[in-house]
Design a protein around this ligand. Structure first.
Ligand SMILES: [Zn+2]
Length: 280
């Protein structure tokens, strides 16, 4: 099992934990959580919860705070509450989802890849998190989902980005997203001038200013292109084909079309603050 989890001390007071399963590795996915002075930020996916607990054994975890409700971020919440009595915190509107994850419908690929999260005794996040040594700000960053937040330690410049970043160019989206909000959130965190960024999937990004600049440019060009093609009368599927190329047919089949280029075009056309699917 050791092969499927790794703990890296990336800065004084900060450890980043990476977990995988055999399937997630084969499909090119993994999860990352960060441990800061007894506070775990994001909690990976249910199928890797035993790996996360193994990685944390011998370490103190008093609190777990998550960036959003997706099962690949809340998988360790229930087990950590049960095993070590950790307090679980999430954005306030998502408390009912963490308390009863089965209230959100999930397609079979999510069960297969990530697993089904167990309920956890969550409460709402305030404006900041405190440990004995650190103060961490909660930054609202909608876009990947309506209620997504990032965590930021201002003295060290650590940004815990959840699913805000996910790499320089993401070519597909789900209907829980809003690209206009995403762009505003990327600009908001770039203005914080983070020195280090932890992405829940890509892991450690050591030059966040450059990485965020590239991402912001990509999203700006995407929004401009989508708008221009819509004005010329094209529908989202045709816009996506022209701007982003043909769909990834494996991804379409695997996710039953939940995650696609066409949906990225759709969520790039809706106004700021508007979500076709607000939670899930
Ligand atoms: Zn997510």
């Amino acid at each position: 099992m050791g092969d499927y989890h790794r703990v890296e001390a990336v800065d004084e007071g900060l450890e980043v934990i990476r977990v995988e399963t055999r399937l997630s590795r084969r499909l090119g996915f993994c999860g990352h959580a960060s441990l800061v002075d007894g506070l775990l930020l994001d909690a990976c996916f249910p199928r890797a919860a035993d790996r996360l607990l193994a990685a944390l054994s011998g370490r103190t975890v008093e609190q777990v705070a998550v960036t959003h409700e997706h099962e690949d971020h809340i998988g360790g919440c229930g087990p950590l509450a049960r095993h070590v009595g950790a307090a679980v915190l999430c954005p306030e509107p998502l408390v009912p989802v963490l308390r009863r994850p089965s209230s959100v419908p999930r397609l079979p690929y999510r069960h297969l890849l990530w697993g089904i999260p167990e309920p956890s005794p969550a409460s709402g996040l305030g404006a900041e998190l405190r440990t004995s040594r650190f103060r961490i700000e909660v930054i609202p960053t909608p876009g990947h989902t309506r209620d997504h937040v990032c965590f930021f330690e201002p003295d060290r410049g650590w940004l815990f980005a959840g699913d805000l970043y996910l790499g320089p160019k993401v070519l597909q989206a789900r209907l829980v997203e809003n690209t206009t909000d995403l762009l505003a959130s990327l600009r908001r965190v770039a203005a914080l001038r983070p020195k280090l960024l932890v992405c829940a999937h890509k892991g450690l990004v050591r030059d966040p200013a450059a990485a965020l600049e590239v991402k912001i440019r990509f999203v700006e060009e995407l929004l401009d292109g989508v708008k221009r093609l819509e004005d010329s009368g094209l529908a989202p599927a045709a816009i996506a084909r022209q701007l982003l190329g043909p769909e990834d047919l494996f991804l379409i089949a695997f996710t039953f079309g939940d995650y696609s280029k066409s949906r990225l075009a759709r969520v790039s056309l809706v106004p700021a603050g508007s979500y076709a699917c607000p939670i899930g």
